[in-house]
Design a protein. Structure first.
Length: 195
């Protein structure tokens, strides 16, 4: 999709605040600093729309972006914060868990993994959790411009093995710098949402 209009419609901390238009939703998850804002900006053709994810300790919200009045991108705050309290982490986990398992409009989740490194414990836990609930998932390996093209096979194999990727979970190599993978990500989103 060639995106012209995008608007942050809601930063929600509870279900009553989620939008009620019924449009399909795609959620983005990943560790902080993985490149989630950068990928979102590439997908919506903006330089600096989605802000760098919230700092540790700040209120964590689910951010709903209206994309072309057709679907929502739902930015899920980065997991793997060291600095938030255990209680904050638990509350946050419950909100996300509830959203990801109960939301009818959710058509799929894009999980971002840093393409330069093997998946972390947090990445593995997140993926296994999505797989357990059979939530359609796309894995995007980010910052691939930092990886030599001769090592792509190694990257793919490290992620596939590390996450124990299921056969029905596609993996796309992406760079916000070169925009490699942008079209493939959009193809998946369009396929999942029917927009
Ligand atoms: P977020 O915390 O997941 O939203 O991550 P950001 O999008 O803010 O990116 C974190 C850092 O990684 C920033 O310094 C970005 O410039 C950098 N970054 C993000 N994507 C890429 C990429 O594709 N290539 C390179 N080389 N750096 C990237």
């Amino acid at each position: 999709m060639d995106v012209h209009e995008v608007e942050l419609v809601m930063s929600a901390v509870k279900e009553a605040q989620y939008p009620d238009t019924g449009w399909p939703e795609v959620a983005f998850v990943g560790r902080s600093n993985v490149g989630k804002s950068s990928m979102t900006n590439v997908l919506i053709n903006r330089k600096n729309y989605a802000h760098t994810s919230s700092q540790p300790g700040k209120t964590q919200t689910l951010n709903f972006y209206d994309v072309e009045h057709k679907l929502y991108f739902v930015d899920v705050p980065g997991y793997g914060y060291a600095k938030v309290s255990k209680k904050q982490r638990e509350q946050f986990g419950q909100m996300i868990e509830h959203y990801l398992t109960q939301r009818d409009q959710l058509r799929g989740v894009i999980q971002l993994i840093d393409g330069r490194h093997a998946p972390t414990e947090d990445d593995i836990m997140m993926y296994q959790w999505l797989a357990y609930y059979q939530i359609p998932t796309l894995i995007v390996a980010t910052k691939i411009d930092k990886v030599k093209s001769s090592s792509y096979t190694k990257t793919i194999s490290a992620i596939t093995k590390g996450l124990q990727l299921q056969a029905n979970t596609p993996l796309i190599l992406f760079s916000a710098k070169t925009k490699r993978g942008k079209q493939e990500i959009w193809d998946w989103i369009e396929q999942q949402t029917g927009v």
